[in-house]
Design a protein around this ligand. Structure first.
Ligand code: SF4
Ligand code: ZN
Ligand code: ZN
Length: 323
């Protein structure tokens, strides 16, 4: 069999994309990914001159791909990027992540805010989790969400960009479906809405970019990223199994993943209606003033329990100084 050629320019291809019936050379593959990111940003209205996007940079492949694609688009469209990296305090893994994230930002010309959770809160994530008697990942997720949102509020950012790729979103929404937690699917589109003063909209630039595409794009762009996995990563969570099944299905039925994710986006209003029926009104945490689902917010409650005092106000002060 002859080596595959780029469907656009005839140069040797590095990627075969069965669902789009394309083979692509490095530069046309990169363009293919960037067009996906551009279209998602256009659909949600984020391609605005002067818009400010806070980019969550973990140091992994998805954040590297997202950062690089966004930085190219920011030059074309004139929006502003600020990176944020949270040091979780997991020893060597966290130190390597930090170095990689800072380098990825520097190489893309994006300023980077680095916040050490241990310094900000007085204990690293796994210690907070142990004291609160909660799984590390659930505490980690809550702390990361809280601090990035608080930073976005203080920086007056219009969006927080998250590196979830298409496979992550597919696996997560299918898991929500299996649990019949349909209301939560409403929040899994390419962007959520801002709630004035309480929460900044979240943006998923890699909404239509698959995990393999994200990895290849990060490699081809030469953006540094860390291959190591978090030491607290749970073994074979259900999302991982769903991803494997979806990849097998995709091989037999090319396009099944991309069709799902596009239909999901077009049906989000259905899920939003379900969420609205629950009459969940966004409220203000009486302790820190950010978003809460009623009473004190999850972060203030967690830190009150694990660290003896609610840390929301302290984190906000710290971020205000940084901003
Ligand atoms: Fe945090 Fe690691 Fe769990 Fe990811 S795998 S949520 S980084 S503890
Ligand atoms: Zn080409
Ligand atoms: Zn709070």
């Amino acid at each position: 069999q002859a080596a595959a050629r780029c469907s656009i320019c005839g140069a040797p291809a590095v990627a075969r994309i069965p669902y789009a019936r394309l083979s692509l050379c490095p530069s046309h593959f990169m363009e293919f990914v960037e067009r996906k990111v551009e279209r998602v940003l256009r659909r949600v209205g984020a391609l605005r001159r002067g818009a400010r996007i806070l980019v969550a940079v973990s140091g992994g492949k998805d954040s590297a791909a997202m950062l690089t694609a966004l930085s190219k688009l920011s030059k074309l469209y004139g929006f502003e990027l600020v990176g944020i990296h949270l040091v979780l305090g997991f020893g060597a893994y966290s130190e390597k992540s930090r170095g990689t994230a800072e380098k990825a930002c520097r190489e893309n010309g994006v300023p980077c805010i680095v916040i050490s959770i241990e310094e900000a809160l007085g204990a690293p994530v796994h210690v907070i989790a142990r004291r609160a008697r909660r799984p590390v990942c659930s505490v980690c997720g809550l702390v990361k969400r809280y601090i990035t949102n608080a930073a976005a509020v203080e920086l007056r950012a219009d969006y927080v960009a998250m590196g979830h790729n298409a496979d992550d979103i597919i696996a997560y929404t299918l898991k929500l479906f299996l649990n019949q937690d349909l209301e939560s699917i409403a929040k899994m589109g390419p962007a959520t809405e801002s709630i004035e003063g309480l929460a900044v909209a979240r943006l998923r630039p890699l909404y239509e970019v698959t995990e393999r595409e994200s990895l290849l794009y990060a490699l081809l762009s030469n953006t540094p990223f860390l291959h190591d996995e978090c030491p607290y990563r749970p073994v074979a969570p259900i999302e991982q199994r769903i991803k494997e099944s979806m990849n097998r299905l995709e091989e037999e039925h090319p396009g099944v993943k991309i069709n799902y994710i596009r239909r999901l986006e077009s049906r989000l209003t259905v899920y939003k209606r379900l969420a609205a029926e629950k009459e969940w009104k966004p409220q203000k945490c009486p302790t820190c003033g950010l978003l809460s689902s009623g009473g004190e917010c999850g972060f203030c409650r967690l830190t009150r329990r694990a660290l003896g005092e609610p840390k929301g106000p302290h984190v906000r002060r710290l971020l205000r100084e940084l901003a």
